[in-house]
Ligand binder design. Structure first.
Ligand SMILES: C[S@@+](CC[C@H](N)C(=O)[O-])C[C@H]1O[C@@H](n2cnc3c(N)ncnc32)[C@H](O)[C@@H]1O
Length: 228
């Protein structure tokens, strides 16, 4: 599964500002998820996310989806939670989310940096975060996860990019083929399982279950985490 594991430009703006412009926000879904592979990845990753949400559906009173981006994952959360809050650093992305999700149902938006959220400790039953950790370096990733754990009362459901020897080999072959084809490529980050468990330890979270998007074919995995 490859459609969303790479970006086609070599130099990318910093993560906090990359999705700030209206133009980028308006094109985000089309660029990422409209190709055949993009749609397949979207379907499989949402299936994994849905499974994680379903397993705790009775405890999903209020959920914050952070970052909500254009509301792709927020739309899934909405199927399970009584009340949903979409949060993001980019108001341009949240504008697209508001268009996608409409005004029906208990839904609100808040502009915030994931590492400095305006919520008290243990305030929200569940925090979800899709397609974000793979854009961060280790320090930012850990700061984000700690802050999600702080505001969560019980669960964090989060997508990671993880790698194995096989997936590294696969990525190397893909890089080679794209280079031979004359395409410049940067890949999103994928980390070893040990790094993920270290992140969890530092955030005082434990793994309840994990849901691979497409085992052996994709680096994406959705983790259902609980506070210790
Ligand atoms: C790749 S998009 C993913 C959005 C959505 N979860 C999805 O699955 O489509 C990444 C999002 O992270 C947001 N973002 C980047 N840095 C952030 C930060 N420090 N705090 C909150 N949101 C941030 C961006 O504005 C963007 O909407």
């Amino acid at each position: 599964m490859t459609a969303n594991t790479c970006d086609t430009s070599m130099t990318l703006p910093p993560v906090a500002t990359r999705w700030q412009s209206n133009e980028v926000a308006q094109n985000y879904d089309q660029e990422r998820f409209s190709s055949l592979l993009g749609r397949l990845f979207n379907y499989l990753s949402q299936r994994a996310f849905r499974r994680a949400l379903k397993s705790v559906r009775n405890e999903l009173d209020v959920v914050i989806d952070l970052p909500c981006g254009t509301g792709r994952a927020t739309a899934v959360v909405r199927q399970f939670a009584s009340r949903v809050m979409g949060a993001d650093i980019s108001t341009a992305m949240m504008t697209q989310a508001a268009k996608r999700l409409g005004k029906a149902g208990p839904l609100s938006f808040v502009a915030t940096d994931v590492t400095h959220q305006p919520f008290p400790d243990n305030a929200i039953p569940c925090v979800t975060s899709i397609r974000f950790m793979m854009h961060l370096d280790q320090d930012s990733r850990r700061a984000a996860l700690k802050e999600m754990a702080r505001v969560s009362k019980r669960y964090v459901i989060i997508e990671y990019g993880y790698t194995t020897l096989w997936l590294k080999l696969r990525r190397a072959v893909k890089r080679l083929l794209l280079t031979l084809w004359g395409k410049k490529t940067t890949f999103v980050r994928a980390v070893a399982w040990n790094d993920i468990t270290d992140d969890l330890t530092q955030a005082n979270l434990e793994l309840v279950r994990y849901y691979p998007t497409a085992r052996g074919l994709s680096e994406s995995v959705v983790l259902l985490l609980a506070k210790k």
